[in-house]
Design a binder for this molecule. Structure first.
Ligand code: GLC
Length: 423
């Protein structure tokens, strides 16, 4: 009897706690396990400092999946999440749909942030719609101990050199490690594949759209670049056969981190994890710009994530306060030191602690400044879908490089015409 009374009163107090009506700010973020852990600690400190309760809604690492769940919430005009992290690849689409709250009334100082990023990604019809949390660019990670072991004194500058080194080291290492691979990169059918393809295309003198917005998908340069990507898997077998079925950022990162690979293409986030205490390859890794074809420039796709507020947020004031907090000098500094991300604030690159603890980021600043954006058009996601399907089929050997790019070109030209006619 006593026990059930106790249980009842406990239940009542729990229910009243739950219904006390204190609003909770919701924040949607995703990524590798260390990123989630980082956001948990940021949320906790913000709560302590402001007394505003925040619920973290955890997402995966895959940008396409993250986009789907965000669009689902926004299309349903749900008040949660209030604050979200969105990819530079699709922030324009969310803004064009009217789903992001304009921040103009909140006196936000955009001066400390990279100004091309603010104008390219964070401004929509003259309204500020977000702030850059971090800037991404594709990089070549390599094992300096292994290059040295096989007599190479610097990382490759051309794709041919990369192939030659990958073959030599793979042959040598396979004698005692049958799982060893020369080069791992993102080839699965998703957004990351387009980032890899764009880098290879541009490093051969190609691209996706020209400066007038016309498709240059089916050019000789792109065919040569795609044939090279295919040859890495099939002809030279320096990239694993699951490149086109499984390889996304984390799969690639983990393969490299297991100590089984010479080269890896990945974003800056992998650096912190490779050099973590429990990493097999701590201290053995270095980074360089990605290679190019002779007489062409190396290219890094411009990536990165932005903090935005939902147009349907029922706590806009608190949401802006949180957004300003996570993009503040101190939190961005902490984020860079903890996660190895390139901050969206350019003023942090002058910080002495950053310069001494993350010299690689400061050194590679030109790579990020010169990074190549994906086409900045409101229908970019549709372009990406077409390319993902065709390029992935070519990597799988189902269609030739030339045919895949011709098919993609037709689809993209149709898309452009449809959008022009609708205007
Ligand atoms: C990274 C980049 C993002 C890109 C994605 C592709 O998260 O920051 O811009 O779209 O990778 O997988």
């Amino acid at each position: 009897m006593k026990l059930s009374a106790l249980f009842l009163s406990l239940l009542i107090s729990l229910t009243s706690l739950h219904c006390s009506g204190d609003p909770v700010l919701t924040f949607m973020a995703g990524g590798a396990p260390n990123e989630i852990a980082y956001w948990e600690s940021v949320v906790e400190t913000f709560e302590e400092e402001t007394g505003i309760a925040v619920r973290l809604i955890r997402q995966t690492t895959d940008t396409d999946q993250r986009k789907q769940s965000i669009i689902l919430a926004l299309r349903g005009r749900r008040s949660d999440p209030d604050v979200m992290l969105v990819d530079v690849a699709w922030i324009g689409q969310l803004a064009a749909s009217g789903w992001l709250m304009p921040l103009n009334d909140y006196n936000i100082d955009t001066q400390p942030f990279f100004s091309p990023v603010i104008s390219l990604a964070n401004t929509y019809e003259e309204s500020l719609i977000g702030l850059p949390l971090y800037v991404d660019g594709g990089l070549l990670y390599y094992r300096k101990d292994l290059l040295e072991k096989y007599g190479y004194d610097s990382p490759p500058q051309t794709w041919e050199q990369l192939l030659e080194m990958a073959k030599t080291v793979q042959n040598g290492e396979r004698e005692h490690n049958s799982d060893f691979w020369g080069y791992v990169w993102q080839g699965a059918q998703y957004e990351g594949l387009i980032c890899n393809a764009l880098e290879t295309f541009v490093s051969a003198g190609g691209g996706i759209l020209d400066s007038h917005g016309n498709s240059i998908t089916s050019t000789e340069e792109n065919v040569k670049a795609l044939e090279f990507m295919i040859s890495l898997i099939h002809e030279h077998a320096v990239s694993p056969p699951n490149t086109f079925t499984d390889m996304k950022e984390e799969e690639v990162r983990m393969t490299f981190q297991a100590g089984n690979t010479l080269f890896q293409r990945n974003w800056p986030y992998a650096w912190g994890l490779h050099n973590a205490k429990d990493s097999e390859i701590k201290g053995k890794v270095a980074i360089a710009p990605l290679p190019s074809f002779p007489e062409h420039q190396s290219a890094a796709t411009l990536g990165g994530w932005h903090a935005v507020v939902s147009a349907y947020s029922d706590m806009p004031e608190e949401a802006v306060q949180f957004l300003q907090y996570i993009t503040s000098y101190d939190v961005q500094k902490d984020m860079t030191l903890n996660l190895g991300w390139n901050p969206g604030r350019s003023d942090l690159y002058e910080n002495e602690t950053i310069q001494s603890s993350a010299p690689h980021l400061v050194e590679l600043k030109p790579v990020f400044e010169g990074a190549v954006p994906r086409p900045v058009v409101p229908y970019y996601s549709e372009i990406s879908q077409i390319l993902q399907k065709q390029i992935n089929a070519a990597l799988a050997g189902q269609v030739s490089a030339a045919q895949a790019l011709e098919n993609a070109d037709k689809g993209i030209v149709n898309l452009i015409t449809t959008h022009e006619n609708a205007q």
